[in-house]
Design a protein around this ligand. Structure first.
Ligand SMILES: [Zn+2]
Length: 264
């Protein structure tokens, strides 16, 4: 799909962006099998579905320095799931490859948009902003229930920063969701901000005047959002976001037989 003279998007999850036929952003997922022979391969952050391009022969390979944990599998697992082990069926979202090495300077405008991961960044190529996983398509959000933010609060600030960045570009592309024109992307960003506000309120409801563990809060909020089934891996991932919120919003913390309990 062409977005202009210089920009092409290979739809997928993530959507892969190609600039001037030589700079490739976030080649991963089903787009991993496409032969692109890029000069420059960049990943917005270290998650396993975004970094396949860094394993290719490109001259320049770049990932934000705060996401260098992604260069080996232990780091990727630890930063996604909170821990690592050699074999576990819990690591559903994974990329089993050896060590990754980086090289060169991409000479692309880099905009830090932290929250999804520590180093998560957007890249500006001509008049297009590739915003990675700083916000998500509506179906993706509703399917997972929680947007994966290791730091929910930093992610909210990054979404505010995006409002400003929108003014300076003609197109905005995200990794997981449809490719829309700018006006509809702006509406999607607004939807993401409102959605995050609603989750925050629902989490507060779960600890107002009562105690709950982060896992209890996660399961209850997922059920309230209409999830029919909560899979173990999704509970692990979503609990990370809930802990980022509870650690700020709870007024009391206590260890019980159930584990760490929070009260609002
Ligand atoms: Zn990600």
């Amino acid at each position: 799909m062409r977005l202009g003279k210089d920009v092409e998007v290979l739809p997928g999850s993530p959507n892969t962006l190609i600039y001037q036929g030589r700079v490739v952003i976030d080649q991963g997922g089903r787009n991993s099998s496409v032969k692109l022979n890029a000069e420059v391969q960049m990943a917005t952050h270290g998650h396993m579905d975004h970094i396949f391009g860094l394993t290719t022969e490109a001259k320049v390979k770049y990932i934000p320095p705060q996401d260098m944990w992604a260069l080996n599998m232990i780091g990727r697992r630890a930063m996604t799931y909170g821990f690592s082990s050699p074999q576990s069926p819990l690591f559903t979202y994974d990329l089993v490859i050896g060590e990754i090495s980086l090289s060169g300077d991409p000479e692309v405008e880099i905009v830090p948009l932290p929250g999804h991961t520590p180093g998560h960044s957007g890249y500006i190529l001509g008049s297009t902003l590739y915003a990675g996983d700083s916000f998500f398509g509506q179906k993706v959000l509703e399917g997972f229930v929680f947007p994966f933010f290791v730091d929910f609060w930093a992610a909210l600030e990054s979404m505010e920063k995006l409002r400003e960045l929108f003014k300076a570009v003609e197109n905005v592309v995200i990794s997981h969701g449809p490719v829309y024109e700018k006006r509809k992307m702006q509406e999607l960003l607004d939807f993401n901000v409102q959605y995050a506000g609603r989750l925050l309120k629902w989490i507060e409801d779960e600890i107002r005047g009562k105690e709950a563990t982060s896992q209890e809060v996660t399961v209850r909020v997922m059920m309230r959002a209409g999830a029919k089934e909560v899979k173990p891996t999704n509970l692990l991932l979503n609990e990370t976001v809930v802990k980022s919120i509870l650690s700020v919003k709870a007024k009391e913390f206590r260890v019980s037989e159930k584990g760490l309990v929070y009260r609002g």
